[in-house]
Design a protein around this ligand. Structure first.
Ligand SMILES: Nc1ncnc2c1ncn2[C@@H]1O[C@H](COP(=O)(O)OP(=O)(O)O)[C@@H](O)[C@H]1O
Ligand SMILES: [Mg+2]
Length: 246
């Protein structure tokens, strides 16, 4: 994996609309701030001037004529810009980056929902997103109707600017998106943790913290194993009689 990703921590939030991504990403950012971790919060599409402009095009319900391939290309244009301008520099400075949606969204929405398939999305990820995979991805997963009705209520209350093209899609579209999300989670089970988003906001947050802490513990354990192995090799590589290794 890229050394930039090893220094900082790149965490993405995924799931269909109304699963609670924006809610949970804020809660995790607060928790990390309390732990004294320098964290950057961003979102897709968007997060840069170019990205926010493209976001307006993509999510504007009056613009109906964006073909599925054009939509995929625009998503990756935003992603490439966000990586170069925001995500990679932050990781290189040792910051943690929390991103609301990333390549899995393209695979689920354009690959699954729009039926372009996973192949083109994975190829574009390698070329345009430099194959930068998150350190951990939180997939919020719950009953489709429940999530969509949460999103509808939210949009009525806050008159969301993203109450647009995707929200107007059919139930069948969202079923395909959810199915593809679950397939991606099964395939990339090392990276993706599936969290039950049907529970209360506090309990979903706790599940996320538990997953995060267990991943950090696993990492510490494997770092310790690696250090022990390295020191063992060094010691065995220096069989000088009488020499004391400090
Ligand atoms: N676990 C939950 N239980 C009940 N309501 C929730 C939960 N998580 C989020 N919500 C509410 O549902 C709506 C959608 O949440 P949001 O975080 O905007 O979802 P997303 O960003 O995934 O579309 C918001 O009004 C939010 O307050
Ligand atoms: Mg959101």
């Amino acid at each position: 994996m890229n050394s930039a990703i090893m220094r900082g921590r790149f965490i993405t939030f995924e799931g269909i609309d109304g699963t609670g991504k924006s809610t949970q990403i804020e809660l995790l950012a607060s928790e990390l701030a309390e732990r004294g971790i320098d964290t950057l919060l961003t979102r897709e599409p968007g997060g840069t001037v170019l990205g926010e402009e493209v976001r307006r095009i993509l999510l504007d319900p009056r613009r109906r004529k964006v073909s599925p391939h054009a939509e995929l290309a625009l998503m990756f244009a935003c992603r490439a810009q966000l990586l170069d301008e925001v995500i990679l520099p932050a990781l290189e400075n040792g910051r943690w980056v929390l991103c609301d949606r990333f390549t899995d969204s393209s695979e689920a929405y354009q690959g699954g929902g729009r039926m372009l398939g996973s192949g083109p999305v994975r190829t574009l990820h390698r070329v345009l997103a430099k194959n930068q995979n998150p350190w951990m991805t939180i997939l919020l997963d719950a009953d489709l109707e429940k999530c969509l009705s949460r999103a509808r209520v939210r949009d009525r209350i806050v008159k969301a600017e993203n109450q647009g093209r995707f929200e107007a899609e059919s139930l069948l579209f969202f079923q395909r998106v959810q199915k593809r999300y679950r397939e991606i989670a099964d395939r990339d089970s090392q990276r993706i943790v599936k969290v039950d988003a049907s529970q209360s906001i506090a309990s979903v947050h706790q599940q996320i913290i538990d997953h995060l802490d267990s991943r950090l513990r696993e990492e510490q354990a494997s770092d310790a194993d690696f250090a022990a192995l390295a020191s063992d090799i060094t010691l065995r590589g220096k069989p000088l009689p009488g020499r004391v290794n400090a």
